[in-house]
Design a protein around this ligand. Structure first.
Ligand code: ATP
Length: 370
């Protein structure tokens, strides 16, 4: 990634309305050259519309899309140097695999000269389908067909690859395999890629950066680790992975020195937050936490289920197990604590009444109201 060059793709205050509906609202994003950038969010949050605005299938109601610093306003899709793969990969059934890919070439000369045939062979190798040029699409598996669609989109050597839910028609295991392949192909080519999915796990797994979208705007744009560990809002905290969200009034702010083994560094400030009559210690000034918190503030913080420990004495909550889902390597345990649902991850799931606790530093603050 070259951070001094203009962004490969830029959306500057882009809004797209359809009558009364605002599909995308004042969206600004800068996507760097070579970046794998993912738009994730619930159905209807504007992911596909954003991709279509970049591809040029839609025009912004307001704002501007730019490629390499140059405005794309008025530039039709075929002149945008983007390759697009849609959910329904729609290969031409009456053409062979090789002809399908060559179709992608028919708009341009093959990059770097050479013959169409050599380029098709090269693309088939790239997507790990070497030797399949003469097959009919309907003799391929869904995953193979989707890789042909990708090869076809890549054939003209576009600057930017746009992928709209390319795996949603495939089964879970195949999706996992294919997402690794997509990432590998992207890395091999170093191609700027914008990926749309509603699957938050997929987004975390493949991306350099993720935009978590809600109602046409991003709630957070950050690398996957930051999205998971330091969610900017309650929406991000609960949309991406499981989370326990707790909210209460700050009754004191003090230093860790007087609370003993909290897991926090000595001298790190701690807020006592009273949640439904129970006082919990929350470390302040963790990554992304607000710098100033004072008594009387209302704090909303979250604790990941894998951070809750059974029989812990810090921040102990006595809860009742309501159900458990066996997931293989771990079990997701649903707890009832004072009428709230809490989630716990455990190898050996408890039953009945259980005390769970967490270190003050295992919290992350998502909201503060003074
Ligand atoms: P999904 O994950 O379900 O595909 P999405 O996040 O991709 O959803 P969009 O398809 O971008 O969401 O749609 C955003 C909003 O804009 C929705 O409310 C949708 O109904 C509306 N919308 C999208 N395209 C049109 C259109 N051509 N005409 C009218 N409304 C539209």
């Amino acid at each position: 990634m070259n951070r001094t060059a203009p962004p490969a793709v830029e959306l500057d205050g882009v809004t797209r309305r359809y009558g009364e509906t605002t599909a995308v609202s004042d969206l600004s994003l800068s996507i760097q050259d070579g970046e794998f950038f993912t738009l994730v969010g619930p159905s209807g949050c504007g992911k596909t519309t954003t991709l279509r605005l970049i591809a040029g299938f839609e025009d912004p109601t307001q704002g501007e899309v730019r490629f390499g610093g140059t405005s794309a306003t008025g530039v039709p899709p075929e002149d945008r140097d983007v390759g697009v793969v849609f959910q329904n990969y729609a290969l031409f059934p009456h053409m062979t695999v090789g002809e399908n890919i060559a179709y992608g070439l028919s708009f341009t000369d093959p990059p770097g000269g050479g013959s169409d045939e050599a380029r098709v062979r090269e693309l088939l190798e790239l997507v790990d389908l070497g030797g399949m040029a003469d097959r009919d699409p309907d003799t391929l598996s869904g995953g193979q067909q989707q890789r042909v669609a990708m090869a076809r989109a890549l054939a003209p050597g576009p600057d930017v690859l746009l992928l709209d839910e390319p795996m949603s028609a495939l089964d879970a295991k195949l999706r996992e395999r294919l997402r690794v392949q997509v990432r590998e192909i992207q890395q091999e080519l170093g191609i700027t890629t914008i990926y749309v999915t509603h699957d938050q796990e997929e987004a975390l797994a493949v991306s350099d950066r993720v935009a978590v979208m809600r109602d046409g705007t991003p709630e957070q744009v950050a690398p996957p680790r930051t999205i998971y560990r330091e969610p900017a809002t309650e929406f991000v905290a609960t949309f991406v992975g499981d989370n326990n969200v707790l909210s209460g009034a700050v009754t004191a702010v003090r230093s860790t020195d007087d609370v003993g083994d909290s897991g926090a560094e000595s001298g790190q400030p701690i807020a006592d937050v009273t949640v439904d009559g129970t006082t919990l210690a929350v470390a302040l000034e963790g990554d992304g936490d607000p710098a100033t918190v004072s008594s009387g503030d209302q704090l909303t913080f979250c604790v990941r289920p894998e951070r809750l420990a059974v029989d812990a004495d810090r921040n102990a909550l006595t809860a009742t197990v309501t159900s458990a889902e066996f997931l293989g390597e771990t079990t997701r345990v649903h707890l009832d604590w004072k009428g709230r649902e809490l989630l716990l991850r455990a190898e050996d799931p408890p039953t009945g009444t259980v005390t769970v606790g967490f270190a003050p530093t295992d919290t992350h603050i998502v909201d503060r109201q003074s």
